[in-house]
Design a protein around this ligand. Structure first.
Ligand SMILES: NC(=O)c1ccc[n+]([C@@H]2O[C@H](COP(=O)([O-])OP(=O)(O)OC[C@H]3O[C@@H](n4cnc5c(N)ncnc54)[C@H](O)[C@@H]3O)[C@@H](O)[C@H]2O)c1
Length: 449
């Protein structure tokens, strides 16, 4: 393909060199004359190990050229890649001015591009709303229609400076976010020979994958350092602790605990987090991320209760009371707190929990449950149909292993369903609401190409 790469900074310069190495014809574009001159001389405009070699080789063989003419470049390319900066505004937001300027320029150039379909891919990190604004600007400036003659893809970049070239050729995942099949088709032709999982999603989801990754990386570093500070205070070597922690790739370094849904609870997580926060306070160690976790979890419980109460329901059905399916452990179960709140507002609550027999609860479990909800036994029924009967809202906290297809379960079309666990077969219900997702097709819309 003939690809125009806009922005010859850390991302753009690497992209130019690596795309040429894959066999594409690449035109690097930048407003900075010295960066263009540097690329034309076969030299990297940024410090990145290995990049000089690629640029020198492919400027010499004619696969790479560079220019400051952004509009002119757009008149003769198959794909436009945006790699301009997205710096912070004073309040911390994204300053989209460089992206918008390139959208205008390339859009105008696209008017004179004879190709019936040209895709613009953004590698710059930006928020979903910025992508929407970019698409509108591109359509207005080019006179083309998205999905008909213009493609747009959010194609987040995961490379790390200093290992950018090996990251380019061996990415953990390749993500394309677009909304039409022609764009996805053009995206697929970008990386011949690169063996990596390719994920095709919507523009917004792709944009947020990048933010999720960077927020998570930031959270990981902060977590390790907060643990480090605690260990240091106790006279313990945090390197040993975290080395062992990292060896657990079942629970710690894994996909576990990383799916949005119900807040955390149970007999260990809140208790142990509180213990660490208590000792940190005692020893004057500042661990804002860990204390934030407890606060954030409480906010999630409160906001769930608010979202249920907002419609002023008379009767609410709770499917699954314990903190996770398959146990009758109610200690610090978030749903117990939600039920307590609903009862306090005079709501009639009915509960189905496959493992729960209130009369069998003992010890701390019984104490916690019955202190929170003294008449719990009166609210629990063994019959799912009875619990669902006449409910204005159904909170699905357990998927219920015994139910393979929720479409078989009779639910009134006016009932609001608050799904906390991405329950299969529920999304088509008219009153469906995911706790942290709006799309009714849930995760099923992800296509692994
Ligand atoms: N640096 C990284 O490791 C990294 C990794 C992943 C994603 N990103 C994202 O990629 C984007 C680019 O990052 P970067 O570090 O390469 O930025 P950078 O500041 O190094 O480079 C941006 C380039 O864009 C050029 N530019 C500005 N306006 C232009 C225009 N109208 N036409 C052509 N060129 C123009 C600038 O002159 C500059 O050379 C950002 O959104 C960043 O968040 C960066």
């Amino acid at each position: 393909m003939r690809i125009g790469v806009y922005g010859l900074g850390y991302v753009g310069a690497v992209t130019v060199g690596c795309l040429a190495e894959l066999g594409h014809k690449v035109i690097g574009v930048d407003v900075a004359d010295h960066k263009v001159a540097s690329v034309l001389a076969g030299e990297a405009p940024v410090v990145e190990p290995g990049l000089n070699e690629f640029l020198a080789r492919h400027v010499a063989d004619g696969k790479i050229t560079a220019t400051t003419d952004g509009k002119g470049t757009a008149t003769d390319v198959d794909v436009i890649m945006l790699a301009v900066g997205t710096p912070s505004t004073p309040s911390g937001g994204i300053d989209p001015q460089y992206l918008m300027a390139v959208a205008r320029q390339t859009g105008e150039g696209l008017r004179d591009n004879p190709r019936p379909f040209v895709t613009v891919m953004s590698r710059s990190t930006s928020l979903p709303e910025v992508h929407e604004a970019l698409i509108a600007e591109l359509e207005a400036a080019s006179g083309r229609v998205l999905g008909e003659s213009l493609g747009y893809a959010c194609h987040p970049e995961f490379l790390r400076e200093t290992t950018a070239i090996s990251d380019f050729f061996d990415p953990p995942v390749i993500v394309f976010g677009a909304d039409d099949p022609q764009t996805f088709q053009q995206c697929r032709d970008l990386y011949p020979g690169i063996d990596a999982p390719v994920v095709e999603v919507g523009v917004g989801e792709a944009a947020m994958v990048k933010y999720a990754a960077n927020c998570f990386h930031a959270a990981k570093v902060t977590f390790a350092n907060e643990m480090g500070e605690l260990c240091r205070t106790f006279g313990i070597d945090s390197r040993t602790v975290m080395e062992i922690f990292c060896q657990d790739d079942k629970l710690n370094i894994s996909a576990k605990y990383l799916r949005p849904g119900n807040p955390f609870g149970g007999s260990c997580l809140p208790k142990d987090l509180r213990a660490i926060l208590d000792v940190a306070r005692d020893k004057a160690v500042n661990v804002p991320m860990l204390s934030g976790a407890l606060l954030s979890n409480q906010n999630q419980i409160d906001s769930l209760a608010e979202r249920v109460l907002v419609d002023r329901p008379t009767r609410v059905a709770v499917i699954g009371l314990s903190f996770k399916e398959g146990t009758d452990d109610l200690r610090e179960a978030p749903m117990v707190a939600v039920v307590e709140r609903l009862l306090g507002k005079g709501v009639d609550v009915s509960i189905f929990d496959a493992e729960l027999a209130v009369e069998d609860l003992t010890g701390a479990n019984a104490t916690f449950a019955l202190t929170s909800v003294p008449h719990l036994a009166d609210l629990v029924s063994r019959e799912l149909a009875d619990v669902l009967d006449n409910a204005d809202v159904v909170i699905i906290n357990h998927r219920l292993a015994a139910i393979t297809d929720w479409t078989d379960v009779t639910l009134d079309s006016g009932t609001k369903i608050m799904d906390l666990c991405s329950t299969p077969g529920l999304a088509s219900h008219p009153g469906y609401e995911g706790i942290y997702w709006n799309r009714t097709d849930g995760a099923d819309h992800i296509a692994l190409a």
